[in-house]
Design a protein around this ligand. Structure first.
Ligand code: SF4
Ligand code: SF4
Length: 474
């Protein structure tokens, strides 16, 4: 985006004083069309975030990221360590999806969907406005001594922030360890689960620190996605942008004066009222061009539209637009880069869907017992010993498990278990088995034998092993 000749704003970030201290941002309370839309989006997302760990599909938590036990549920699909490749593909799809969106629509994710923005702007900031008032009142309160009013307002605000941080920490924990476990822990009391209480308090402290103090700094200096903007955006990406052509005109900005023909005097439509700066939660001036700090929250669009309306000029001096759109009045274009990202996204999504459809609810692994070849038994029976492991990814016990051989006349003898056994839900069953086959059935010293796994009479999985026999056959 074209920028003014004085580019000194690029040397520092808007939330630092010249001495390098934090400049606290007191953004004006936004209002307008986009803010209303964002409020509705935030209600939906907050409801989703708060309920997702408690929603179940076929008994599986809708979203769960149990890193410690390496169990993940995405949209109700359970992923075991054995499904790690599927998990990686899902994550890749997520990353490419966000990259694709960023190339096309800039940081739309940051302004509308990111939990940091949703909680900061739509929960904590709104509580702040309700208790401390709008920008001016907040600045006055900040400057004034610690009198009864300031202690009451700040104390109440920080108390509410702490309570909400504690609630968020609990939900966050439900994503990590599972909501069932969390509810049991709550019912049994914190003393019985001190080892979980400690991380809960740490999470609460982190959320409180982020939303009460660190705030926009997360987006400006901590978020890796924010740092990627420089490589993802191009002059065709649609971002929240100031139309500098219209705003600056031939002779630059000028304060508004009634009955003045700005156009005839060559002034732009920007009346230098600074409302777009005052409303910005990251403390920047969007008129300087696209900046790393801008989270595309749209607050400046709404604010500038109010100003334009009040002086009878067309809205949209700040709007969603690309550099090309402003410079050359070109419409949105599906660029080769966008096509490339879309193609990769479609391929990966197809791959994931295919793999999910082919994935079994039960996984069987049968492996040769290390160091064992074969045993020649009476009546020309050749016996091999294997270990088996059956993983049940469902939320129901799988009963009456039994094995059969496909294409060979022989028997499977399970050691240390009943002939038929259960694989518990979300659990595994493992043990040792002998496979016995008549030597006359074998075609070589190494035979590929298919093993069928049945639950009662229903075939639920097949796997194969190499069955060894003597070298020479008559
Ligand atoms: S709100 Fe609009 S008119 Fe006011 S300074 Fe910002 S761009 Fe200019
Ligand atoms: S410049 Fe505008 S869109 Fe960007 S963060 Fe500030 S108010 Fe939000």
């Amino acid at each position: 985006m074209e920028t003014p000749e004085n580019e000194s704003f690029r040397d520092s970030i808007g939330t630092l004083t010249e001495e390098g201290n934090r400049k606290w941002v007191f953004p004006k309370k936004p209002s307008g069309k986009f803010y209303d839309y964002r409020k509705w989006v935030s209600y939906v997302l907050l409801a989703f975030f708060l309920s997702a760990p408690f929603i179940k599909i076929n008994g599986n938590q809708f979203l769960m990221f149990n890193i410690l036990e390496r169990r993940f549920n995405i949209f109700g699909f359970p992923f075991w360590p054995q499904d790690f490749h599927l998990f990686v593909i899902s994550m890749l799809i997520g990353v490419i999806f966000i990259a694709l969106f960023t190339v096309a629509f800039g940081r739309i994710f940051c302004g509308w969907i990111c939990p940091q923005t949703i909680f900061m702007e739509m929960v904590f900031r709104r509580i702040e406005y309700a208790i401390e008032g709008d920008r001016g009142a907040q600045m006055r309160l900040d400057r004034q001594d610690w009198n009864a009013e300031k202690i009451r307002k700040r104390g109440f605000k920080w108390f509410l922030f702490l309570v909400i941080s504690f609630v968020i920490a609990n939900v966050f924990l439900a994503f990590l360890i599972g909501s069932d476990k969390l509810l049991v822990y709550i019912a049994e009391g914190p003393v019985a689960h001190a080892s979980t209480l400690l991380p809960l308090l740490i999470f609460t402290g982190v959320f409180y620190f982020v939303f009460a103090w660190f705030r926009e700094q997360v987006c400006i200096i901590a978020c890796p996605y924010g740092r990627l903007q420089g490589v993802l955006l191009d002059n065709k990406s649609i971002v929240v942008a100031y139309d500098h052509k219209r705003g600056e005109g031939e002779n630059g900005r000028k304060k508004f004066r009634k009955n003045e023909d700005r156009e005839a005097l060559g002034f732009g439509d920007c009346i230098d009222c600074f409302q777009c700066v005052n409303v910005c939660p990251t403390g920047i001036d969007i008129r300087n061009g696209t900046q790393l700090e801008c989270i595309n929250c749209t607050a400046c669009i709404d604010e500038c539209d109010h100003i334009m309306e009040s002086i009878n000029l067309p809205k949209g001096l700040i709007r969603y637009a690309s550099e090309e759109n402003i410079e050359k009045k070109k419409k949105f274009e599906f660029t080769p880069r966008l096509k490339g990202y879309s193609a990769v996204l479609v391929i990966l999504t197809g791959l994931l869907i295919g793999m999910l459809m082919l994935r079994n609810d039960v996984e069987a692994r049968v492996l040769r017992l290390p160091g064992q070849l074969y045993e020649h038994k009476e009546n020309n029976i050749i016996s091999n010993v294997f270990t088996y492991k059956l993983i049940n990814k469902t939320t129901k016990d799988i009963p009456e498990i039994n094995f059969k051989l496909r294409g060979y006349k022989g028997v499977v003898k399970v050691v240390s278990a009943e002939d038929r056994f259960i694989v518990p839900m979300q659990g595994l069953a493992e043990g040792t088995m002998f496979i016995e086959i008549d030597q006359s059935e074998l075609k070589s010293d190494k035979n590929k034998v298919m093993i069928e796994v049945y639950s009662d009479d229903e075939l639920i999985e097949t796997t194969s092993v190499n069955f060894l026999g003597p070298r020479s056959y008559n």
